[in-house]
Design a protein around this ligand. Sequence first.
Ligand SMILES: Cc1cc2nc3c(=O)[nH]c(=O)nc-3n(C[C@H](O)[C@H](O)[C@H](O)COP(=O)(O)O)c2cc1C
Length: 254
Amino acid sequence: MPVRSTGPVVPSRVGWSELTCNPRHRVRPVPRQQVQAEQALARSRAFLEAMRTRRTVRDFSDRPVSYELIRNAVATAATAPSGANLQPWRFVVVADPQRKRRLRAAAEQEERAFYSSRASAEWLAALEPLGTDWRKPFLETAPYVIVVFEVHKGPRSPRPYYAKESVGIAVGLLLASLHQAGLATLTHTPSPMRWLNEILDRPAEERAFVVVPVGYAAEDATVPDIGRKRLDEVLILPDGTEGAVLDVRRSWSG
Ligand SMILES: Cc1cc2nc3c(=O)[nH]c(=O)nc-3n(C[C@H](O)[C@H](O)[C@H](O)COP(=O)(O)O)c2cc1C
């Protein structure tokens, strides 16, 4: 979609008087995608249908993945909004087999402890339908593993605001971009994750947020047969109606 490219502009006197924030800040026009009204619904439906096919995959093929797809996904993630625009994220892309082997060994060590003693009975019961255990072969088989870090206050970085929220939104965009490119992902959170700083040589102010193996799903890959909440269970309508069956013909715009 074409995006209008514009440089910074200086608002008129009248414009300044209408602004509610510091008039010394620099502004530019809103970048816009030109979406025709009649295309909007089709595009929105197509995106929904595409995202409905996203699943967490735990069996990867070793089929090579173009690095540009990874790079574009990280660039997409980096467009995310963030608290005070501090962009408190770092994406470490791992492809080297030896490094991936180290990741797997360390993750499996933590996960063994998690599954055998650290996890509560309640947590293990919640995981039961997924069929997961301490084994993490995907950390080696997936061609890429993207480790996402939150960046906190340190010698080179200011104190962030809403770091977790900001990084969470960025990871959502990362996953959406990879999925749109036909790639499979897994959001993996071995706990604790401090050891990732050492293996990936990251400074102490960076805190691992999630480990994302990326690749093509293996030919025979399966996913747990689990469901989603219905939309009427998660959506509160603008008139406050709870649990109402969504009627897409109702308009809430006026
Ligand atoms: C924050 C977060 C942490 C997760 N951690 C793990 C994990 O450590 N291991 C794993 O196999 N799946 C993990 N998952 C994947 C979830 O189990 C999965 O998203 C959920 O079962 C829904 O399945 P779906 O993504 O296929 O729709 C995690 C997901 C999220 C959002």
